[in-house]
Structure formats: structure tokens, C-alpha cells
Design a protein around this ligand. Structure first.
Ligand SMILES: Cc1cc2nc3c(=O)[nH]c(=O)nc-3n(C[C@H](O)[C@H](O)[C@H](O)COP(=O)(O)OP(=O)(O)OC[C@H]3O[C@@H](n4cnc5c(N)ncnc54)[C@H](O)[C@@H]3O)c2cc1C
Length: 522
């Protein structure tokens, strides 16, 4: 076949390190230079290479292994878990397919009867798989309970769209214990400190067929290592939360800080580009309001906002004006920070300020420590340490506080006094806030900057309902799959409910693992 390199089937397998269990690629000295005849010199061989060991990667690996494939997981960092470990451990497992599809379609609504780039048949295939999330998690030894139902209660199917959490340890740490134990029990090989760097491909023939994926080159301690994937490569390397260039290009305002794992640098996009992958949903995120401390790389989800339904706190923009119902769900609030003021030519709400009073200050830490089940920084219970460090601004009067925030004092005073009047009346005609209408009337007063925060970015290589990557011509790329936040499948611009991202990791991870293992070896 013209235009194709002749890659012999078994000819260049040099070494296969270790068997089951943890191994290091560093032990393999060979660099995957082309052999003398132009073919790739393989250092390792397996059936399915899974790139990224978080929730989607664990799920795809378990499924491919159980279907009989020899699986190797490559993880960029020194340990597994990714943002899945950081998470709250919620995962969606809908009660029924039709309700879930209706709900997700409603969440993808655009103007004038249109929908964002989302398809009802795709969602049906997704939901048929996702209803299995809860029994599948149980089959791995987990014991989940129902914790939430659809946020948008007026949307059809909201009661069907439910979220679960692990009972024993209802955090990402508890969820990860179940997944990682299942990987270990199966003896699936996980190779740490081994970022996948480049797909090995067979170039497209001139008969119109797409590029084919043959394997992947990973960085080992002693240089690159080429791993032949006889059946498929599955990219599960998370989103682009820590890639400033991609965030500046695709997210609506800047900065967006991440509350997740620093390994999420958008590698799936770079890797899949070699196979000519189309991209989609890059503007979609699951977002929160977050606080960024100067000394800590990861940002903290705002507990002030998450608890706004029972706290006296208001959000004001850089002009000192409220701009949202603070007690809405976290994704809706965070996305209101992206509004662009065309007249002022500025994103006035990014950053914004959380303004609160003494009774709120002593109630709870302003930031939710992450990883949620095992924090890297312990926020002080009454916020005193963060005030002491100057991260939270304090003043005896609202006017003085405004001065410290570099806001016109009269504007902030008017905002707070209007808000307090709404509280006294029990209604908020400006933004319709019904919960947590508690006045800010107990000095001293405090302010803390808030930014759009990322639980995860949502877009990446475009995939079909088989989790297979589509190239820019719409053709399925042989032997290349993606799952998880590297290419969220079931939502676009609006995050439907806590647990959707990990529910998507489970559903698309199983679909990817099943289809990857079902490929004929090349
Ligand atoms: C604080 C927090 C709370 C959250 N709570 C929830 C929740 O309760 N429910 C929910 O549904 N969602 C939640 N989310 C979002 C959710 O955690 C993520 O969307 C989801 O876990 C992503 O899973 P993943 O497997 O796609 O990626 P990850 O779990 O992030 O795993 C990706 C892995 O790939 C590795 N990697 C990256 N590049 C490479 C490479 N080139 N080669 C090899 N490895 C690579 C990374 O190091 C990482 O370990 C939360 C997020 C955060 C930050």
C-alpha cells in the first residue's frame, strides 16, 4: 500500500521490563530511534497502553484487562490518582436512560432552540453505559450511596440524574482507594514518572484512510522508550488546567486557576495532534469560585461560595457591585465571572471579591482544602492565619475595606446597604437570591479575591460514542481512544451536576477499555 511504512509485526521488540506491578522505564536504556530500515525499534510491547493514571485511566485499564488485554499504564507523576484523588468522590450513575438524556440535552441548550455540539443519540449511548456506574463501582468493592440529584430541578429528568459517593470515605481519596486496589489486585502494570510524549503512527495512505496509531514513546529516566500497542492507545491524561497558553486561547476570561492535579497540562491534545485529531468543547469547563494563595500552586474552591446559602457573604466585582445570586450552584456562579463588559472593555468580575463580616469569618475556613480528602495546605478554622498573612483583607468599616480593595468607598457602601435592605425584606430583586439572605452588619469586615476555578477543563480531542478519536476529516483514527477530562463526552458549556465528570470517566473509560481491547492486533 503506497505511502505506508512497512512496520514488521514482531521484529523490533527489544525488551519487556518486569511483569505485573510497578516498574520503572528508566531501566531500559534503548532509545526508540528508527532502526536502520526506517522502522521503529520497539523497547516494549503490550496490547493496550493507557496514558494517565487517574479515574478514567484506572477504569479503562481495569476494563481492558478484564477483557483479556495485556495493559500497561503510563503515569507522568510519581503516584496515581490525578484530579480524581483531589475530588469530592461524587460520581453520576443515572436512575434511567431517558431521564438522563433529557436532563443532559437541557443542560446543553443554546439560544433559539439550538443545542451546543451534543447529540441525543450519543447521549443515549452514554447514559446506557453510565447507568452501570453504580453497580460497576460496587463490583470493585465500593459501597456507594446517593447524595445529590439534578441541580436544575426544572429541567426534565432532573430526578433521574443522580450522584453517588463512596460511603466509607466520601471523598476522592475513598474513591481512589477502590479504583487503585482493583488495578493492583489485577496485577496491571503501572509505570510512574513516564510521561507519554509522542504517538508512533503509520502515516495516512493516499487512499483517504486516516493515520493509524501503532504505539507511544514515553520518557524514561535514561531516555525515550518506545512501547508498541498491539491493539490500542487510550489517552486518559486529564485536561489542560495547568497549561496557560491553552487556557488563554480557549477559556473566556483569564486567569482561571486550577483546584486540581498539576499533571493536567493538556497532553492529550498535543499527543492526539500527531494523529490529526479534531478538537471539541475547549471552552467547556466544570468550574468553581476559587481562592489563590501566593505560596501554594493549587487553588482552593471557595467554601464561602459553596456555603453561601447559609452565610452572610456577597460577591462584588472590581467596581464594587454585585453581579450574581451568590447562592447558586458553584458552576453557575463561577461562569458569571467570565462576563465581558464591552463598554468598559474589561472582565469586571475576574477577579471578584468575596465580602463578609465577623460572624461569617468564625464559621468556617474560606477555602476548601484540596485534595479534599488529604489537603496539601490546612486552612485555619477561623481564617485567622490567612488574615494574619494578609491574604484576607480586614477593616473596621465598609468604607475602609473598600479603600483596601481599591474600590470607590461610596459604591461598596451602597452595595452593602442595598443588600442589607434586601435581607431585611427577605427578597433580592436584583439577583433573586433566596437562600442565605443574611445581612453583613457585624464588623470587622473582610474581603478575599475570588477567581474562576477549574475542577477540570472539559474539551480535547473529539471522540465518538465508541470513545474513538475522530480526525479533522471526521474519520475514526484506528487504535486511538480518549476518556475522562481529556475530552468530556456528556456535557459542553454548562456543568450539569457534581459527579458528572467522574461519571463520565467511568462510562467512557469502560467504553474505551472495551473497544481498545477488542481491536485486532496490527
Ligand atoms: C478539588 C476537586 C474536586 C472535584 N470533585 C469532583 C467530584 O466530586 N465529582 C466529579 O465528578 N468531579 C469532580 N472533580 C473533577 C474530577 O475530579 C475530574 O474531572 C476527573 O477526576 C478527571 O479524571 P481523569 O481521569 O480524566 O484525569 P485525572 O484524574 O486528573 O488523571 C489524569 C492523570 O494523567 C496524568 N498525565 C497527564 N499527562 C500525562 C502524560 N503525558 N503521560 C502520562 N500521564 C499523564 C496526570 O499526571 C494525572 O495523574 C473535582 C476536581 C477537583 C480538582
Amino acid at each position: 500500500m503506497s505511502g505506508r511504512k512497512d512496520v514488521s509485526r514482531r521484529g523490533f521488540i527489544r525488551a519487556a521490563a518486569g511483569g505485573a506491578g510497578v516498574a520503572a522505564l528508566g531501566g531500559l536504556a534503548a532509545a526508540p530511534k528508527a532502526a536502520a530500515n526506517g522502522e521503529t525499534a520497539w523497547d516494549r510491547e503490550c496490547d493496550v497502553v493507557v496514558v494517565g493514571y487517574g479515574g478514567a485511566g484506572a477504569t479503562a485499564a481495569i476494563t481492558a484487562h478484564d477483557a483479556g488485554a495485556r495493559v500497561v499504564i503510563l503515569e507522568k507523576g510519581g503516584e496515581g490518582g490525578g484530579s480524581t484523588y483531589y475530588s469530592g468522590g461524587f460520581f453520576v450513575s443515572p436512575r434511567d436512560v431517558a431521564g438522563a438524556v433529557d436532563y443532559l440535552m437541557d443542560c446543553a441548550r443554546a439560544g433559539d432552540g439550538h443545542h451546543f455540539d451534543i447529540d441525543r443519540d450519543d447521549l443515549t449511548a452514554w447514559a446506557e453505559e453510565a447507568v452501570q456506574n453504580e453497580p460497576w463501582f460496587r463490583s470493585l468493592g465500593g459501597d456507594p450511596f446517593v447524595s445529590l440529584r439534578g441541580w436544575y430541578a426544572d429541567a426534565p429528568g432532573a430526578d433521574s440524574y443522580v450522584t453517588w459517593q463512596p460511603r466509607e470515605n466520601p471523598t476522592g481519596v475513598g474513591l481512589w482507594q477502590v479504583l487503585s486496589r482493583a488495578v493492583e489486585e489485577r496485577g496491571i502494570e503501572v509505570v510512574y514518572n513516564a510521561p507519554g510524549e509522542r504517538l508512533v503512527t503509520r502515516e495516512a495512505a493516499d487512499d483517504g484512510s486516516p493515520v493509524e496509531v501503532l504505539g507511544i514513546v514515553a520518557a524514561g529516566a535514561d531516555g525515550p522508550v518506545a512501547i508498541r500497542a498491539d491493539r490500542a492507545v487510550v489517552l486518559t491524561c486529564g485536561g489542560f488546567d495547568y497549561n496557560e497558553t491553552l487556557k488563554q486561547s480557549y477559556l473566556r476570561s483569564y486567569p482561571h486557576y486550577s483546584t486540581g492535579h498539576p499533571g493536567n497540562t493538556g497532553d492529550a491534545i498535543a499527543l492526539a495532534a500527531r494523529a490529526g485529531a479534531a478538537l471539541w468543547r475547549l471552552t467547556g469547563t466544570s468550574a468553581n469560585l476559587c481562592h489563590k494563595l501566593p505560596d501554594v500552586p493549587v487553588a482552593f474552591p471557595s467554601q464561602l461560595q459553596l456555603n453561601a446559602m447559609s452565610l452572610s457573604v456577597v460577591l462584588v466585582n472590581r467596581q464594587g457591585r454585585r453581579f450574581v445570586n451568590e447562592a447558586l450552584n458553584y458552576d453557575a456562579v463561577a461562569k458569571s465571572l467570565d462576563n465581558f463588559d464591552a463598554v468598559g472593555r474589561a472582565f469586571q468580575n475576574n477577579p471578584c471579591w468575596c465580602v463578609f463580616d465577623e460572624k461569617t469569618r468564625v464559621k468556617a475556613p474560606a477555602g476548601l482544602p484540596v485534595p479534599i480528602g488529604n489537603p496539601v495546605y490546612q486552612w485555619s478554622a477561623d481564617n485567622s492565619a490567612e488574615i494574619e498573612k494578609g491574604w484576607i483583607v480586614r477593616a473596621d468599616t465598609v468604607a475602609e475595606l473598600a479603600g483596601r480593595m481599591e474600590i470607590e468607598p461610596a459604591v461598596l457602601e451602597a452595595t452593602i446597604s442595598t443588600y442589607n435592605e434586601h435581607c431585611a425584606r427577605g427578597s433580592d430583586p436584583d439577583f433573586g437570591r433566596a437562600l442565605g439572605l443574611i445581612p453583613l452588619d457585624e464588623p470587622p469586615y473582610y474581603a478575599l479575591k475570588g477567581y474562576p476555578g477549574l475542577w477540570a477543563t472539559g474539551g480535547g480531542p473529539r471522540i465518538d460514542r465508541q470513545a474513538q478519536v475522530l480526525d479533522v476529516a471526521g474519520r475514526a483514527v484506528p487504535r486511538l481512544y480518549v476518556a475522562g477530562s481529556a475530552s468530556s463526552f456528556c456535557f459542553s458549556h454548562l456543568y450539569p451536576l457534581s459527579g458528572t465528570a467522574i461519571g463520565d470517566c467511568f462510562a467512557m473509560g469502560r467504553i474505551a477499555g472495551r473497544n481498545a481491547s477488542a481491536q485486532e492486533g496490527w
